[in-house]
Design a protein around this ligand. Sequence first.
Ligand SMILES: [Mg+2]
Length: 376
Amino acid sequence: MKIARVAAIPLRIPVNFEELGIDHPGHNSITHVEVETDTGLIGYGMTSITQARPVAETVNSVLGPEIVGLNALSHEEVWNRMYWKASPWGQTGYASHAISAIDIALWDIKGKANQQPVWQMLGGARSSLPIYATCGFSFLKDEEIVDVVKRVVRQGFKGVKLQVGRPGLGGGRNAPALNELVKSDIKRVRAIRSAIGPDIEIAIDAACRLDLPSARKLCQTLEEVDIAFFEEPIVQNDVRLMTELRRETSIPITAGQNEGLAYRFRDMLLAGAVDVIQPNAIITGGMTQCLRIAGMASAFNVPISNGGGAPLHNAHLQAGLSVGTAVEYQFNTVAAGQVLYGEKPSQTSGMMTMSDIPGFGLTPNPDVLKSARDNG
Ligand SMILES: [Mg+2]
C-alpha cells in the first residue's frame, strides 16, 4: 500500500467559549493533512499551536514530495525520510509540526487498514481514562475565573488547570513585571481553591514563560493549597533550572507538550527534572516518536500525560499505553475539533471513553476545510 498523495490545508477556525458561558471569540490555527494511498484509503492528520501556513507549505512542498511512493504502513521508514529532509541539522519547530501531522495521518491509515482504533493498536491499555479541564484562562477577570471553574466542576470534571505567568517573559518590555504576575496568580489560585474545596485537583501551567525565581515563588506559596502539578514552569523547559526547582518543591513538575526531539525528554528524565513528561502526538513527531519517548518514560518509571490539547488524538496515546495517564480537555481546542470533525471527547464524571472506530475515528467536515482556509 503506497502513499499516492499528500496535501495540507492551513485552517483558521473560529472558536468561542459557549461551554464555559463566556463570550471571547478567537481563532484556532490548525494544519489539516490528508494522506491518500494507492488503494484509496485516506488518513487524516493535524497539528496545531503554531502558525498553520508555514507548516502547510512544509508539508506540500517539502515533505509530501519526499514520501510519495513509500509504503504507507512503514511509519519508521517514512518518519526517518521526513526527519532528514526537514531537519538535516536537527532543528525542530515547524519541521516537527509538519512531520507530526503526516505521521498522524499514517497512523489513521494503519488503523483503517487493520480495522482497529489507534489506541487498540498501540496496546489497548484502557478504554476509559481520566480527563481534566483546562479552563482557568488568563484572559478571564478575577471575578469571572472562579465562576468558570465552578461551572466546570459542576460538569463533572475532577481536575482543572489554570494558566499562570502570562504573558511573562514572552510579553515584551511593556508587560507586567514577573513579581506582579506571580502575586496576582497566587491570589487567583487561592480564591479558586477556597471556592471548590479540597477534593478537586488544581494544576497550573506557565507555558515556559517564567524564570526560576518567579516559578520558585509560585511553588513556595502555593504548596499549601495542594497543586496537582506545575506544567512547564521555566523558560525554554531549561532542564538544569527545572531540576533545581523540582528538588526544592513537593509540587510535581511536568513538561514537553511543544518539544520536537526525543533527546529533550531523555535529558529531562536523566536529570530528574520532571515527575511526568508530556509528549504531544500532534507536535512531538507524531505517534511514531511519542512511542519512542513513552518507552523511555517507562524505563524511568515516569508516567506520560497530555498537555497541549488535541485530546481527540492524544487520548489514543494515553489509552493505548500502560505508561499513559490523563487527557486534557482544553475548551478552545475542543471547540475547534468540534467545528472541524463534529466530535468532542465524551466526558462523564471526569472520565473519557474511547470509541472502537478504526484509526482516530475523525472525519473532517469538507465545508469547514473550505470556509476556514487560512489564505493569509
Ligand atoms: Mg501547557
